[in-house]
Ligand binder design. Structure first.
Ligand code: ADP
Length: 308
């Protein structure tokens, strides 16, 4: 395995009876990166990361973490990978510090629970029962539990689901700090914005398959099939004037706005042509391709809302 890959998944396949949870997934995670696994609910994201953590046995394909087979080297893998617990998995009455002390006792070289509480902003609620914590505090505690074993890799699964926008933002900053402290992060999410903001690279998974794997900017670039601009012009303008330009593919009207699509030269050609006619465009908008457009282009539908 090349030294620069911490995790290597090759042609992973996992079925549950007739359900193909993961069809054919290959990906690599490099040390120090925040690697996103993005896709709608049921795409196979959790099954993929559970296989990386050694919690599932693949039907086919291989998984290696630091060169080790996670199913065969349980002890080493448990120290290497911290998995974020789903919030519901803790007893209601356990206090934050008790949960951390308990989990610390499972590991040979755990982090200091008090230090971790401080780092995650939980010192003030260290004696609060789990059930009484806010959503954001519960989430931070579950991240603390993922980090208590001093792992090299933290797997964070849907970590901001159910959080309000401010708590989500705070959690994002926390994830960056954790990465900056030297922990490689695998982030499972179905939030486009979260993946775009946090991740160095993203695997888009749909129906158990990797449909794309690239940096957020790379994904957007690969989906940038056409440029689109819209504007108004003084006076009247026949569509045929614009259609005659080599860069233009289509011309449409949206009220008094003209919407034109075409290739990379579109903007320059249209502006030059209109300026030459003394009809310089007004209120000109160029449209940015987003990661959601990339998902649409790659998977044939929108991500947000596709799963609900
Ligand atoms: P995601 O994390 O992207 O939502 P999952 O990996 O959880 O996707 O699930 C992928 C598919 O496998 C879904 O159809 C899900 O219902 C199914 N699945 C997941 N876990 C199990 C299980 N333990 N038994 C049966 N089916 C499962």
């Amino acid at each position: 395995m090349p030294e620069n890959n911490l995790v290597e998944v090759s042609h992973l396949r996992k079925t549950y009876g007739a359900t193909v949870a993961v069809d054919d997934v290959s990906l690599t995670v490099r040390p120090g990166e925040i690697f996103g696994i993005l896709g709608p609910n049921g795409a196979g994201k959790t099954t993929t990361v559970e296989s990386i953590a050694g919690l599932r046995t693949p039907d086919a394909g291989t998984v290696r973490v630091a060169g080790l087979d996670p199913r065969k080297r349980r002890t080493e893998i448990t120290s290497l990978i911290g998995v974020q617990l789903q919030a519901s998995e803790l007893p209601e009455r356990i206090k934050a510090w008790e949960a951390l002390e308990l989990y610390a006792s499972f590991y040979p070289d755990p982090a200091d629970p008090a230090e971790l509480l401080e780092r995650l902003g939980l010192t003030a609620v260290r004696d609060t029962a789990f059930a009484k914590l806010s959503g954001g505090q519960k989430q931070r505690l579950s991240i603390a539990l993922a980090l208590i074993g001093n792992p090299k890799i933290a797997i964070l699964d849907e970590l901001t689901t159910g959080l309000d926008p401010q708590a989500r933002r705070d959690t994002w900053e926390l994830v960056k700090q954790i990465r900056d402290s030297g922990v490689t992060i695998i982030l499972v999410t179905h939030f486009m914005e979260e993946a775009e903001y946090l991740c160095d690279r993203i695997a888009i998974i749909d129906n158990g398959l990797v449909v794309a794997l690239d940096t957020p900017a790379g994904l957007v670039d690969s989906a940038r099939v056409e440029q689109r601009i819209s504007f108004r012009v003084p006076g009247s303008l026949d569509d045929s004037v614009l259609k005659a330009l080599p860069a233009v593919d289509s011309v449409a009207r949206d009220g008094d706005r003209i919407v034109v699509t075409g290739n990379d030269d579109l903007l320059v050609e249209v502006v030059v042509e209109l300026a030459a006619r003394g009809q310089a465009p007004r209120d000109l908008h160029t449209e940015q391709t987003t990661l959601d457009d990339a998902f649409l282009a790659l998977a044939g539908r929108h991500l947000e809302g596709a799963d609900r």
